[in-house]
Design a protein around this ligand. Structure first.
Ligand SMILES: NC(=O)c1ccc[n+]([C@@H]2O[C@H](COP(=O)([O-])OP(=O)(O)OC[C@H]3O[C@@H](n4cnc5c(N)ncnc54)[C@H](OP(=O)(O)O)[C@@H]3O)[C@@H](O)[C@H]2O)c1
Length: 262
């Protein structure tokens, strides 16, 4: 009988429970723009997640922008949890997306994210998307600079192909890949297996099949999460929710898996 470990060690030294939390939904609308209107409710939700055993939280510069990092930083200050954020994409207005993976922009965003997250060193900083104007080698070299400066612990990538990953690995160690993947959208199945072989975390976004611009899961939540957790031991899920009841339901996805344990 196959074993499904509850934790994964990101970068070989950050052990997290494989049911995490994605903070993109803790922003305003439309299009996840602006600060989450129920700020104290959002703080309480994040703290409740940590109390329920969530140890991995995913945010990004672009969510808000900056407001998701701020609410995560406020809620989780002093907690022993792993916080990931991203840079290289900005959303300065509803529906407007600016991709900029230049060294200067990444280092500026990392420095500000340290303030917003209230941490001297960011556990995992992910390149949100590859900038068509900037070779991925240049972006990853900037993230490696931040690692050497002690601002970032591990480098991750998001929205990448296997070729991007191989090019990035030639520049610096890569701890995670975050791409859209769920039981109904499996185009990156080979990349899941490739990252597993390399000991790299795969962080599937949209684990419940939600449309990024609309509220609501498209898949039955616990089944969708259990499918991912069974799919590969390097998968760390980050379902996003604004609802304490949904949070509890999502964290409870292990209940569907426990009978599998030998
Ligand atoms: N790297 C990237 O480019 C990228 C892109 C998109 C997302 N992400 C990351 O991935 C995370 C997750 O993605 P996502 O938020 O787009 O999609 P998701 O996790 O698949 O779905 C979130 C949606 O499902 C609903 N939901 C959550 N739990 C539920 C439950 N138990 N029952 C019914 N509905 C439920 C939420 O609404 P309620 O609030 O009502 O629960 C929310 O609208 C984001 O928070 C973000 O951190 C990354």
């Amino acid at each position: 009988m196959q074993n499904h470990p509850r934790s994964f060690s990101i970068g070989g030294n950050l052990t997290v429970n494989r049911i995490g939390y994605g903070a993109m939904r803790l922003t305003g609308q439309p299009g996840n723009f602006g600060a989450y209107p129920d700020w104290q409710g959002g703080v309480a939700l994040l703290q409740r997640a940590a109390d329920l055993g969530v140890t991995f939280f995913d945010s990004a510069w672009a969510y808000g922008p900056e407001t998701a990092d701020r609410i995560v930083g406020e809620a989780l200050e002093g907690r022993d949890v792993v916080i990931a954020t991203k840079g290289g994409v900005d959303k300065p207005a509803p529906g407007r997306i600016v991709v900029d993976g230049s060294r200067e922009t990444l280092l500026r965003q990392i420095d500000r994210a340290r303030t917003n997250l209230r941490r001297d060193r960011i556990d995992l900083f992910q390149l949100h998307r590859v900038d068509p104007e900037t070779p991925i080698e240049t972006s990853v070299a900037a993230l490696a600079e931040a690692v050497n400066a002690g601002w970032v612990r591990h480098i991750g990538l998001s929205n990448v192909s296997r070729e991007h990953l191989d090019r990035a690995l030639a520049v610096a160690p890569i701890a995670s890949v975050q791409n859209r993947f769920n039981m109904a959208e499996t185009a990156d199945a080979d990349l899941v297996d490739y990252t597993a072989e390399k000991g790299i975390a795969f962080i599937p976004y949209g684990p419940l099949g939600a449309n990024p611009m609309q509220q609501g899961a498209a898949l039955p939540a616990r089944d969708a999460l259990a499918w991912l957790l069974r799919r590969s031991p390097n998968i760390v899920v980050i379902p996003g929710t604004t609802s304490p009841a949904h949070l509890e339901e999502n964290v409870g996805a292990w209940d569907l898996i426990r009978p599998d344990l030998g």
